[in-house]
Design a binder for this molecule. Structure first.
Ligand code: ATP
Ligand code: MG
Length: 313
């Protein structure tokens, strides 16, 4: 099984596939203990869409956990739930009772943008913005342009432009997907290591590129080492070879994710941290620095393929 000790005080454990000598291992409660703040690369606001193609692979979980990790690293974050009619980012964040207005009301002139932004009480530099009420239909004509307007309005806020605008994309590749990706200049593709998810992810990669989004990184979610070892699940390297994308993170299957979803308390806030929570924190760190795990795949020996090797096992 995994051990939290594998996450040593080493500033970048992923680039050191060999386990640390036992004598040097320290118990680390969070990667936030790394002794520096990550350096923000690229122009702000970084507008990142979290997408997948296939539904239910972990986009909203990723948006909540990576978004809050970025806020904990000190960056200002606005997370936009662009899953119209089926929104659930507010539930994962435990903010559902505080969403009084949505973007639809802002566009109708019924409220100001500031009123539709829900500030997280735990991390005040994290704000949630929902496009519409649950089960509601979007007004005719709402599309990518409306979201571009929204991003521009966020940039022009008196409080200052956020460092990150993270857009939780709906499943599929229809109008909702096109709307969600329009204002983005980078994408995080979430996939699970199964062929249906991979096929959809591949199709989405092509569509993102057609839309001019070249910076696409992937998160492989719900990885099970026992199944990889038994050759019942594709390894992370297999996934990477198939999609040819830079790897932002590898998230293990973890029952704590489901528990935290139901509690409305994102995993990265858990104490003590869980493995999936730490993996999301590390993905956030790499997103900030526009770093990827490419180096690992180049250096790795074929016989060590699999998820364990990413964790020094
Ligand atoms: N690493 C994980 N381990 C265990 N369960 C997970 C993991 N990641 C996500 N889940 C669970 O999978 C389910 C779907 O996750 P989520 O809602 O984030 O997916 P989604 O891609 O946003 O779905 P949709 O396409 O419907 O918007 C949730 O119940 C969540 O708790
Ligand atoms: Mg979702």
């Amino acid at each position: 099984m995994f051990s939290l000790q594998l996450f040593s005080a080493n500033p970048n454990p992923f680039l050191h596939p060999k386990p640390y000598p036992k004598s040097k291992r320290t118990h680390v409660s969070s990667v936030l203990r790394w002794n520096r703040k990550p350096e923000l690369a690229g122009e702000t606001p970084r507008v990142v869409v979290i997408t997948s193609g296939k539904g239910g692979v972990g986009k909203t979980t990723t948006t909540a956990n990576v978004g809050l990790s970025l806020a904990r690293l000190g960056f200002s974050v606005v997370a936009i739930d662009a899953d119209v009619g089926l929104r659930n980012l507010d539930l994962l964040l435990g903010l559902e009772s505080r969403v009084n207005y949505t973007v639809v009301e802002v566009l109708n002139g019924d409220c100001r943008l500031d009123q539709a932004l829900v500030r997280d009480k735990r991390w005040s530099n994290f704000e949630l913005l929902c496009i519409s009420k649950p089960r509601s239909k979007l007004p005719i004509g709402f599309g990518g342009k409306a979201l571009v307007w929204l991003v521009d309005a966020l940039k022009a806020r008196e409080a200052g432009s956020p460092d990150f605008i993270i857009i939780d994309c709906p499943a599929g590749i229809d109008a909702g997907f096109i709307t969600a990706i329009t204002p983005a200049n980078e994408a995080v593709l979430v996939t699970t290591p199964d062929i249906t998810s991979l096929r959809d992810a591949d199709r989405v990669t092509g569509l993102l590129e057609c839309d001019g989004i070249r910076d696409i990184k992937m998160i492989v979610n719900r990885v099970r080492t026992d199944m990889i070892k038994g050759e019942d699940m594709m390894s992370v390297l297999d996934v990477q070879e198939m999609l040819g994308l830079a790897l932002l993170g590898v998230i293990p299957e973890d029952s704590e994710v489901i528990r935290s979803t139901n509690r409305g308390y994102p995993l990265v806030l858990n104490k003590p941290p869980t493995l999936a929570g730490l993996a999301f924190e590390q993905a956030a760190w790499r997103l900030v620095e526009q770093d990827s795990m490419k180096a690992v795949t180049v250096e790795e020996e074929p016989k060590k393929r699999g998820f364990f090797s990413f964790f020094g096992g």
